[in-house]
Each structure stands twice: as C-alpha cells, then as structure tokens.
Write a protein that binds this ligand. Structure first.
Ligand SMILES: Cc1ncc(COP(=O)(O)O)c(C=O)c1O
Length: 397
C-alpha cells in the first residue's frame, strides 16, 4: 500500500528569512563532527545492478549504518546540539570562545558544572544523546514508549543512560520529557520543537547537514549536483528539513527533485500537504509501523515550513515495502555491495521500490525523474538496530 501527494506550496527558490530561522546561517557543522573521536565520513555506495533492474540510471546510497559505531545517523544531531548548548553556556558565563576542542576538554567541562540531558525517542536519537552525554561524563535520561524493541532499549542503557519506559506514543514521551526537564532542572535535547522550544531542534537539524556536506566533491559540485532525485525519510522531519535546506541553499531552483517518505500509519507530512492549508497536521494513522524511527504523530513545527517550502513530492509506504527493501539491500543483485539496513533505514529504497513497481503510482511516474538516465540518492539512515527482527525479515521470502 502507498499514498502520495504533490505539494502545491513548494517554492522554486525557498528562503527562510526572519529571526526564527536565523540559525540556518550557521556553518562549521562538518568541522565540529570531524573533531569528534571516531569520526569518518560515511560511505557512498553505488548499486548498478539494482538501478538496471528498476530502469534507472544510478542508485546511490549514503550509508549511515555505521556512523560513530552507533548504527544510525542521529549522533550528528545530538552531538552538535549539545556542543552548541555548552558553547552558549560558556559565552554567558565567561564571555570567551568555546571551540570543538573545548568540547572535549575535561577542564572546560568541569568549569561548566554537571548536566542531565534528557530526550524522548524510539531508539536512535536517545542512543545518540546518551552517547554524547557519556563522552562528556554527563548524565542522560531517555524516555521511550513501553513497547519499544528491547534491543534498542538495551543499546541506550549500554551508553550508561537511565531509560524511562512509558505507556503511550513517541509524542507522549516528548511531553513527559519536557515536563520532567522543567521540574528537575534537566536539559531536554529534543529532536522535535514545541511551544517555547526551538533552539535545540534547530541545532540538531544543522548537525544532520553534515551528511550532505560530506558528498561535496564526491557527488555534489558547485556546477553539478550529480543526482536527479533525493529521497528523504521523515519522522518529526529534522532530517528531511536538513536535506531540503541544504539543497535549496546550494542549488536553489536547480536542486534535485526531493521526495519525502513516511510510513502510511504515521504520514503526518503527507497529510499536512494533502489536507492542510500550510499548517502542519497530525497523522490519522495509528503509528504502528515497524519503521520505528518514523513513527511520529506530528511534524516538528520547526522542520515543517522548511519541508513544506522545498519538497515537491510526498510518499507514504506500508511496511511491506520496507521489508522488501531490507531484503534487497541484504541480498543484492549482481555485484552490487551488500548494505545492512534496518526498518527505518530502508525507507528510501522502500519508496523507490514503490515508485518503480506499484500500479497505483504508474500514472505519476513520468512526473518524477525515474527514467533510465535518472540518478537517485538514497540515505540508509540505520543499520540492524533490532538484530532479531532484522534476521527474521531478511530471511523470510
Ligand atoms: C533511522 C531513522 N531514520 C530516519 C529518522 C527520521 O528523522 P527525523 O525524526 O529527524 O525526521 C529517524 C528518526 O529517529 C531514524 O531513527
């Protein structure tokens, strides 16, 4: 099953002026990430046999499954946001520069005192916050829906964080995390924005732009983008907004066609585009997808205007496509490299399989760059974060 919508509000040359979006002027995210221990640019893989099978020119995959050894891209956001939070504290207190080196300097950190960072998550963002807190010798408290996969809960505990399991959805966890942060004097590191809280999610979004900056010189050049379409998965929309902002800033009206993918059971961006009047709407779905990282009920109000203004096409796919994509990555065609891709990680390829095979989408295929010359960029945002389910899915046929 799949659903789609073309976005009539998408602008040829989107811009986000004004104080609220002044943070987009920042630079230095890639330089910061390069300074972290274990930093390596993630690989760009090419799958020519799959491209041939799908009738495309090229399928390229930016493979985030081993970013910082954490099986997902999320540490790019959490680490940069916590760095910027500490930098701001440092400026307020000492009116002196705070650099990426200060971030790893125990003396500088000791001068700032101790913090408890908290976050809501379905897995990957929570692990990223816990990992960053551990690197800095600080505490982390992570809120997760009670039905979260045990392996994902354990990987967060493995980073030394306290995990609080709550009945309810990801959005209930966001609310409880915000409330507990206010009551206890903790610092919430939320990847979604809410009333009165935008600065941290803005820094998280900026942190994700490193994924695209790493492609400069390799795929993207000043005169040549190197791809015709980029498929961006959305949960709360931070990553999709990072991609939308990056391509709009660098290539304006000549940017590749951006495609946003979500699960059908939590398609809040698609529904906002289809039924809204420019404002974000909650999904009507029950948020039950195996693509756990994308199980979010409402778009982040910070990410929404960026996504709305820069992404022309929205697609929602059922779990069946995600499972097919995981198997295809795991058992590649011809000499294509194997890619380990978890449920949310495979959503970009799930979208591409739906776009090239589904009868429902046959009529709109020609409106997108999906011909034999088209070069498509996918992000594998996650490895096997639930190893048991991963094995079950890739072994079933
Ligand atoms: C593996 C994976 N991919 C994609 C996303 C979507 O990112 P965002 O919530 O910023 O939209 C997430 C979010 O947690 C994720 O874990």
């Amino acid at each position: 099953m799949c659903e789609y919508a073309f976005n009539e509000l998408c602008k040829p040359r989107p811009e986000w002026p004004g104080e609220e979006y002044a943070f987009l002027k920042d630079s230095g995210m890639l330089g910061f990430h390069r300074s972290l221990p274990g930093y390596e640019p993630t690989p760009l893989r090419e799958l020519p046999a799959l491209a041939f099978r799908l009738g495309l020119g090229a399928v390229l995959v930016k493979d985030e499954s081993r970013r910082f050894g954490l099986k997902a891209f999320k540490a790019l956001g959490a680490s940069y946001a916590i760095y910027r939070f500490l930098k701001k504290k440092w400026h307020d207190r000492f009116q002196a520069p705070f650099t990426p080196e200060s971030f790893r300097d125990p003396k500088a950190l000791a001068a700032l005192g101790s913090f408890t960072f908290c976050a809501a998550t379905d897995g990957n963002h929570g692990r990223a916050v816990a990992w960053t807190a551990k690197m800095l010798g600080q505490k982390a408290v992570i809120y997760m829906p009670a039905d979260s996969v045990p392996a994902r809960v354990e990987s967060i505990r493995g980073e030394g964080a306290e995990v609080v399991l709550l009945g309810g959805t990801f959005d209930d966890c966001v609310r409880r995390c915000a409330g507990d942060a206010a009551a206890n004097g903790w610092q919430a590191i939320s990847d979604t924005a809410y009333f009165g809280y935008r600065e941290i999610p803005g820094w998280i979004l900026l942190g994700y732009t490193t994924i695209f900056a790493e492609l400069e010189g390799l795929l993207h050049g000043p005169m040549k983008i190197g791809v015709d379409a980029v498929i961006l998965p959305a949960g709360v929309g931070g990553l999709a907004a990072a991609g939308a902002f990056y391509y709009a800033k660098h290539y304006g009206s000549k940017r590749p066609v951006l495609i946003c993918v979500e699960p059908v059971s939590s398609d809040c961006f698609l529904e906002s585009v289809r039924f809204g009047k420019g404002e974000p709407l909650p999904t009507r779905g029950r948020q039950t997808s195996i693509m756990a990282g994308l199980n979010c009920g409402v778009p982040s109000p910070l990410a929404w205007p960026i996504v709305r203004d820069a992404i022309p096409f929205f697609l929602a796919v059922s779990d069946k496509y995600a499972e097919q994509a995981m198997r295809r990555y795991n058992r590649p065609l011809g000499m294509d490299p194997r890619v380990v891709s978890g449920e949310s990680g495979s959503s970009g390829l799930a979208a591409l399989l739906a776009l090239t095979n589904s009868d429902k989408l046959a009529g709109i295929r020609s409106k997108l760059p999906l011909n034999q010359n088209s070069r498509i960029l996918l992000l594998n945002t996650e490895g096997d974060t639930d190893p048991e389910n991963f094995q079950k899915i890739v072994q079933a046929e």
